[in-house]
Design a protein around this ligand. Structure first.
Ligand SMILES: [Zn+2]
Length: 567
C-alpha cells in the first residue's frame, strides 16, 4: 500500500447511518434482509501466520520485488502452502495468472530548470523533485515546456467542476495540488465529499486527467497534510525501477513525465512567477477556478531502461459444495519494494514485513482453516496479487481479466498491512457505510465482541489505496478492515504511538522488518474475523450490493443485468 492503514489516528466507534435501498431480489443494499448464516470459529494456526510472515520478510526474499528471484521464492512458498492446505490451483489447473508488466528505470536525470521571469531556477532530482515516465521511451526530454497551474487538476462534469476549463495544456506542464479541493472541511459536506478523499484526490487520477488533457508533464505539489505522507515516502517510492502494465498497441493517454515537486520548491517557483502558493490554493478550492498560465518554462531530461517481464497473481481455490460457480475472495498483495534507499546503517532491503508479508501469510492461515472446516456452499478464492506497490497492477489486471466472472463474484475481504500493535477493542473499517457487506461485518463482530471504528482519516483516501479498490471499481463489493487502535493494553494512545512509529520509521523503508517480540494475539483475533466474513459470505445465498447512491452501485447493477448468472 502506498500509505499504511496502521497510521490511522482514531475517532470513537459508533453505529453509522447506512443508506437504504435494494433493486433486485436477494441483491441487498443496506436495508435488504440478507441471508447471514452463523458460522463456527475457524481453527487458525498462529504458527502459520508467524512462520510465513518471517519467511516472506526475510532477507532471502529480498523485499519481494515483482520480476526478481524474490517473486519466484514467493510463488514457490505460497503454492506449496496452498497445496498443503488442501486448495486446488485456481487458474484452470495453474496456481498463477500471468501479469505482463514492464519495468522502467529512470537515470541520468538533468536538473529541472525553470526560466522565464528573474534568474533561472535549477531544482535537484530527489531533493526538490522526482519524475518518471510511464512510456517505454529510452529518452525523455521536456524543452521549454510552458507551466500552467491547474489547481486540483480535476475535471468532474457530474459536479460541474473543470480545473482545465478554457486552457489548452497540450505539450505544456501542469502544476497540480494533491487531494480534493474540500479536503480541509471538518465534515463530509462539500462538492467532493468534504474531508473524505474521493478518487479525484488521488495522484493516480491527477496524472490520468493531465494525460487526457494532452499535457507533456504533470507535477504534483507535495504537501504532507493533504498527501498524508512525507517527502521521504515520495522519494523512496518514485525513484528506482517502476512497474507498469504492458499496454501493447492501445495504451491509454500518457504524459511524457509524471512527478512531484517539494512544497518549498513549488513556493519558490510560483513566487518567481509572481504568484503565491497559499493564494492560488485558496482560489483553487472555489468552484469556477480558472487555470493560471505561469509565464515560465520548464526543461529537463532523463534516460530510462526498460525490461518487459511477466509477473504473477497467485490463486488457490476451495471449490464450493452447492454453488461452486459463485465466488468469494480473500485477497492480499504479496509484493513489496525490493531493494530501496538504504538506511543509515546501510540496510537496503525493504523487507515489507507488515506491508504486506502479514496479509499474504494471513491468506495461507485462512486457507488452512477453511480447508480444515471443509468446502462451504460457494467457492472460496485465495488471491495473492502482484505489483500493488506500483499502483494495484496485479489487482487491476485480474479485475480486467477475471478468472472467475465478476458478476458471479459475491464479494470479498482485502488484507493489507495487518495491525501488529496487539489486541484491540475495535476494528477499523475503511469504506464502512458503502455496501451491505457491513451487515456481515456487524454479525461477525458480534461473535468477537468488538466494535467498528469507521475510517478516521477519510481525507487520506485509504479506500482507493489497496487492491480491493480495483475490484470495487468494477462493481465487486469489497471490505477492507484492519485491527483497531483502541488497544486493550494502553488504549488509543498506545495504538497511535505504534502507528506513528510505523509511519515515521518503518513504512516503505528497510526497517519494516520482522520483529520476534511481536504479540500475535491481536492479529489472531483479526484473522478469526476475516475467516468468519469469508465463511459467512461463502455459506450465504445472498448477493450483498453497494448502497444506493454509492459510487460503485451503478457499475455493479450494470454487470449483474448483463450477466446470465450470478448477482
Ligand atoms: Zn501494502
Amino acid at each position: 500500500m502506498r500509505t499504511p492503514l496502521a497510521t490511522l489516528g482514531i475517532i470513537a466507534a459508533g453505529a453509522l447511518t447506512l443508506a437504504a435501498c435494494d433493486s433486485l431480489p436477494g441483491m441487498g443494499g443496506a436495508s435488504a434482509a440478507l441471508d447471514i448464516p452463523e458460522v463456527e470459529a475457524g481453527d487458525i494456526a498462529e504458527a502459520t501466520i508467524k512462520d510465513v510472515t518471517r519467511l516472506l520478510s526475510s532477507d532471502e526474499f529480498e523485499g519481494r520485488m515483482p520480476g526478481t528471484p524474490g517473486e519466484e521464492k514467493t510463488i514457490a512458498l505460497l503454492t506449496e502452502r496452498f497445496k498443503a492446505a488442501g486448495l486446488q490451483p485456481g487458474n484452470n489447473g495453474s496456481w498463477v495468472q500471468d501479469v505482463p508488466l514492464v519495468e522502467i528505470t529512470g537515470k541520468d536525470y538533468a536538473p529541472l530548470t525553470i526560466t522565464g521571469k528573474g534568474a533561472p531556477m535549477s531544482l535537484a532530482f530527489a531533493k526538490n523533485w522526482v519524475g518518471v515516465t510511464y512510456r517505454e521511451d529510452a529518452k525523455t526530454t521536456l524543452k521549454d515546456s510552458e507551466l500552467v497551474f491547474v489547481g486540483y487538476g480535476i475535471n468532474a462534469p457530474e459536479k460541474g467542476w473543470n480545473d482545465y476549463a478554457g486552457v489548452d495544456v497540450k505539450g505544456k506542464t501542469v502544476v497540480i495540488l494533491v487531494n480534493d479541493p474540500d479536503w480541509q472541511t471538518a465534515g463530509q459536506e462539500g462538492p467532493f465529499g468534504g474531508k473524505a478523499m474521493t478518487y479525484y484526490g488521488r495522484w493516480t487520477y491527477k496524472y490520468e486527467e493531465a494525460a487526457r488533457q494532452g499535457a507533456a508533464g504533470a507535477l504534483i505539489v507535495h504537501q504532507t497534510a493533504p498527501a498524508s505522507y512525507g517527502w521521504n515516502v515520495v522519494e523512496s517510492s518514485w525513484t528506482g525501477p517502476q512497474a507498469y502494465p504492458q499496454y501493447g498497441d492501445n495504451p491509454p493517454p500518457r504524459t511524457q513525465m509524471n512527478g512531484w515537486v517539494t512544497e518549498d520548491a513549488a513556493s519558490k517557483l510560483l513566487k518567481a512567477a509572481g504568484q503565491d502558493l497559499g493564494a492560488l490554493t485558496k482560489a483553487a478550492q472555489a468552484k469556477g477556478f480558472k487555470p493560471v498560465p505561469l509565464g515560465m518554462k520548464l526543461s529537463t531530461g532523463f534516460a530510462s531502461t526498460m525490461r518487459s517481464f511477466t509477473s504473477h497473481n497467485i490463486i488457490g481455490i476451495l471449490p464450493g459444495s452447492e454453488a461452486p460457480e459463485e465466488y468469494v475472495l480473500h485477497t492480499a498483495h504479496w509484493d513489496h519494494l525490493g531493494r530501496c534507499t538504504p538506511a543509515p546503517d546501510g540496510d537496503d532491503i525493504c523487507n515489507g514485513a507488515v506491508d504486506n508479508a502479514t496479509g499474504t501469510a494471513a491468506l495461507v492461515a485462512l486457507a488452512e482453516a477453511h480447508g480444515k472446516a471443509g468446502a462451504p456452499r460457494r467457492t472460496l478464492v485465495f488471491l495473492a496479487v502482484t505489483a500493488e506497490e506500483s499502483g494495484l497492477l496485479g489487482a487491476y489486471y485480474y479485475a480486467a481479466n477475471p478468472v472467475f466472472p465478476l458478476a458471479q463474484t459475491v464479494g470479498g475481504v482485502n488484507m493489507d498491512a495487518l495491525q501488529m500493535a496487539g489486541p484491540a477493542k475495535d476494528v477499523t473499517a475503511v469504506g464502512f457505510g458503502k455496501s451491505a457487506l457491513d451487515q456481515f461485518l456487524d454479525a461477525a463482530l458480534k461473535a468477537d465482541g468488538r466494535t467498528v471504528t469507521p475510517d478516521p482519516k477519510p481525507e487520506a483516501g485509504y479506500y482507493y489505496r489497496s487492491d480491493h479498490f480495483a475490484f470495487a471499481k468494477l462493481g465487486v463489493p469489497m471490505l477492507y478492515i484492519d485491527g483497531g487502535q483502541d488497544l486493550i493494553e494502553g488504549g488509543r494512545a498506545a495504538g497511535e504511538a505504534v502507528a506513528k512509529d510505523y509511519t515515521d520509521n518503518r513504512y516503505h523503508g528497510p526497517k519494516d522488518a520482522f520483529n520476534e517480540a511481536w504479540d500475535w494475539s491481536g492479529v489472531m483475533a483479526d484473522l478469526q474475523l476475516y475467516y468468519r466474513l469469508g465463511r459467512m459470505m461463502a455459506t450465504s445465498k445472498s448477493w450483498p450490493n453497494w448502497n444506493d447512491g454509492d459510487e460503485f452501485r451503478a457499475v455493479r447493477d450494470e454487470s449483474c443485468k448483463a450477466a446470465d448468472k450470478g448477482c
